[in-house]
Design a binder for this molecule. Structure first.
Ligand code: MCN
Length: 769
């Protein structure tokens, strides 16, 4: 078991907050470049059409316009492919069918919001005027926005390379064993659930700039990112460049939720213009532009079957999963929406037989990228809904049914039937803690009181397990040095978008080096360290990966300094003691400080690295809701989250992470949904007037507690926590809503639980009764 006894628990203020809340942050759109020009994009106003012609001549002649581009320009520049990370072979050896993509729609538009052309002008306003002068002749084609329909025969076809709109298909598990278990089961429950299509909507709108250095034939791309390495690789592939021609600059990132790890066609457009015009070119999205063209998240339709024996033990699970990827594939979504659910197919339960089929569909909608949880909340959603349906069918308490089936601490490490190995965790312990904190036993009395007041009250539970990201690069490196003032600087590739790495990573290093935290600074994605190897922030892996390497780097730096001190004392490093920045020669009692050693001509620096694989955070979340049947309005009365994130480096930040994730779950469950009109393919939720983000008033107390079993796979004993709030909350909240509505005899209802939909469901149930 790693030694993590020394890591600090104090509730620090975050180091970065002073800068961020006093307007000192440097976001992409804050940058200014001498001689800069502004790009604006003409986007498709229809779901599916052939482009008969594009005439840019009038736009090019408008005042202030320097250039206008369309697909013929981007294709001529060699921009015609996208990076894709799924390399696995699917069923019958099928490899993913990856539609080609250029910066601008090539011959056909395939979703509302797709970039068709770009104008570059002195001002944004001149650019917008010129967009109006572009003449595009379209020939409309039939469209399909629903992933189930897209896979049916006769559906409109999006890409020649993907017949039947099927991009990939795979199967896992043992279909025959599942069939046999279902045939012999005492109870079988089935559900069709939909993890709805949502728009991530970070506070900072999408923004980018490109600067071309003709003398060096190099490009500087300024863009928010979750990690410069993965962004550089994606842009290089899409823009037809070598990676070493690109430097990615990013400092502060105003939220991402998975969305800013992906490369976008707009990056390529800006690169093209910067090269041809020899001037910096920049662009910032409007919110409505973002709603239509930022990559969306989730959009999974899942049919699930759970079989139980007469004692209520789970005997088999079967999932039939359709992952809607929109009109094009992004680099990571296919793998995260298919591979994560395979890893987590049994949830936290002992289920001997399982089978899943995954079909990846293409539709006339905005592409899907990883969104906080990326497949994990979705697989948990179907499993936990099935468990609650089973409990209702059997007439047993939902906590009891889980107790009968949960993996117990001695079962770990546990090898799942699909071959994943879960590390030790104590979900039964988390369940008991959550049940206590939420006063599960006292719920019937609260429900009865609510009923007497004419309200519908429900409580819902979810237990869950997640896998943190293994990483796209082979290892995480942290470079570390002491400057001449004795301040420690550490450099990593992982890139915070709000997760507080500047605080927690500094905390880890300060603890390892026995220094005050004010003496440690963490720098992420430094543009002058292009060769540093490391993974981006994603899959809740940053603390487990880069963060645990920070600890190794701190320890190693002390060793390097100890050797330097020993040289000065003319002794062996083993004869030198270290405490709180001071090295002492045991024999002579002489001492030298870290700051003094840093004055040496050679300075003090080193680098640590490690290959860190997945950890398996778990948890149990309980939500309680109250519905006013007269209006359909739901109040979230309480929310309890008990998480095993291994050793928690900073409980305040862990709490913040869980809060944020739960609020995203609240958003998805109670309102957020990107809706395309079936008849026209138009995006109906094109502004915040139609797309309801969760607001402060929605929230009550969220209680966050830990039930930690340290991870054995990294030096901190930490497991990830960045996505747990999302993963637990979808199921806990919907199970609470189902519990409130079940007594009415209403059929199972799916997200979103907007007042209008809830009101209608209550009316329909009443009419039926
Ligand atoms: N932490 C800790 N102790 C632990 C685990 C984590 O103190 N046992 C701290 C970490 O040091 C870090 C934070 O909690 O400061 C989150 O750590 P981790 O779980 O490693 O997750 P990442 O840093 O890799 O963040 C990624 C995760 C993902 S995948 C999405 S999406 C997401 C999220 O985190 N997007 C976010 N949280 C977000 N928070 C904000 N504010 N904005 C986003 O866009």
């Amino acid at each position: 078991m790693p030694d993590h006894a020394h890591v600090v628990h104090a509730p620090f203020q975050r180091k970065e907050d002073r800068r961020l809340v006093t307007g000192q942050g440097l976001y992409t759109a804050d940058r200014r470049f001498p001689g800069e020009l502004h790009a604006v994009f003409l986007r498709s106003d229809r779901a599916h059409a052939r482009i008969v012609s594009i005439d840019l001549a009038a736009a090019r002649a408008m005042p202030g316009v320097h250039a206008a581009y369309s697909a013929s320009d981007s294709l001529a520049a060699g921009m015609n492919q996208v990076m894709h990370m799924l390399t696995l072979k699917g069923s019958d050896g099928v490899t993913p069918r990856i539609p080609p993509r250029s910066a601008f729609a090539d011959g056909r538009v395939r979703f509302v919001g797709e970039p068709v052309a770009m104008v570059v002008a002195d001002t944004v306003e001149q650019g917008l005027d010129a967009l109006e002068a572009i003449v595009v002749e379209y020939e409309d084609l039939p469209h399909v926005i629903d992933a189930e329909r897209a896979l049916e025969s006769g559906a409109p076809q999006l890409h020649d390379c993907a017949p039947g709109n099927l991009s990939w298909i795979s199967e896992s598990g043992d279909a025959a064993a599942v069939d046999a278990a279902i045939a012999g089961a005492a109870h079988v429950v089935e559900l069709r659930v939909e993890s709805t299509r949502i728009v991530p909507n970070p506070l900072e709108p999408r923004s980018a700039a490109a600067v071309y250095d003709a003398a060096a034939d190099r490009y500087h791309v300024y863009s928010h990112t979750q990690g410069v390495n993965i962004m550089r690789r994606q842009i290089a592939i899409a823009a037809g460049l070598r990676e070493d021609q690109l430097t990615i600059h990013a400092q502060d990132v105003g939220g991402s939720f998975g969305n800013r790890s992906a490369q976008y066609p707009e990056h390529c457009g800006l690169i093209l213009a910067a090269r041809q015009l020899g001037r910096p070119v920049r662009w910032t999205s409007t919110r409505s532009e973002g709603l239509a063209s930022d990559y969306h998240g989730r959009s999974n339709i899942i049919r699930g079957t759970l079989a139980l024996d007469a004692q209520g033990r789970f005997t088999a699970i079967r999932l039939d999963w359709i992952a809607d990827m929109g009109a094009f594939l992004t680099a990571a979504a296919t793998s995260s929406h298919t591979r994560n659910p395979v890893v987590l197919l049994t949830g936290v339960y002992r289920i001997p037989a399982l089978h899943g089929r995954w079909r990846v569909a293409l539709t006339n909608t905005s592409p899907i990228a990883a969104y906080r949880g990326a497949g994990r909340p979705d697989v948990n959603y179907v499993i936990e809904r099935l468990v609650d349906e089973a409990a209702a069918r059997l007439g047993v308490d939902r906590a009891d049914l889980r107790r009968r089936n949960l993996l117990q601490l001695p079962d770990f490490p546990y090898k799942t039937p699909t071959g994943s190995v879960y590390e030790a965790t104590d979900v039964p312990g988390s369940l008991e803690k959550a049940v206590r904190l939420a006063d599960w036993a006292g719920f019937p009395a609260r429900r009865d009181r609510a009923r007497a007041a004419g309200l519908l009250r429900g409580i819902g539970m979810a237990t869950f397990i997640e896998n943190t990201g293994a990483g796209a690069f082979p290892r995480d490196e942290v470079q570390i040095e002491v400057d001449r003032d004795g301040v420690v600087h550490a450099y990593s590739v992982a890139h915070s978008q709000g997760q507080g790495h500047e605080t927690t990573f500094a905390q880890v290093i300060a603890e390892a080096m026995e220094l005050d935290m004010d003496r440690v600074f963490v720098h992420e994605g430094s543009p002058d360290r292009p060769d540093q190897v490391g993974n981006h922030t994603g899959g809740s892996r940053s603390l487990v990966g880069a963060g645990s390497v920070c600890k190794l780097a701190g320890i190693k730096l002390v060793e390097v300094a100890k050797s330097a001190a020993a040289e000065q004392f003319e002794t062996e490093p083993s004869q030198v003691d270290y405490a709180a920045g001071v090295f002492t020669d045991r024999a002579s009692g002489r001492s030298v400080t870290l700051t003094e050693l840093a004055q040496r001509p050679a300075g003090l620096q080193t680098m640590a690295e490690a290959t860190v694989l997945s950890t398996f955070p778990t948890g149990c979340h309980i939500a309680e809701v109250e519905i006013d049947p007269q209006t359909g309005v739901t109040e979230l009365v309480s929310y309890v989250a008990v998480d095993d994130c291994g050793h928690a480096v900073n409980h305040t930040i862990v709490e913040g992470q869980v809060h944020g994730g739960v609020v995203q779950g609240i958003g998805q469950v109670f309102g957020e949904k990107a809706i395309y009109d079936e008849a026209t393919g138009q995006l109906m939720t094109g502004s915040f007037m139609d797309y309801p983000m969760p607001r402060a008033g929605t929230l009550r107390n969220i209680t966050v507690e830990e039930n930690c079993v340290p991870s054995a796979i990294n030096s901190l004993g930490a497991k990830g926590v960045g996505e747990s709030g999302c993963t637990g909350s979808l199921s806990a909240l919907v199970n609470a809503m189902s519990d409130a509505l079940r007594p009415l005899g209403a059929p199972p209802m799916d997200m979103p639980f907007t007042p209008a939909r809830v009101w209608e469901a209550i009316r329909a149930a009443g009419a039926k009764a």
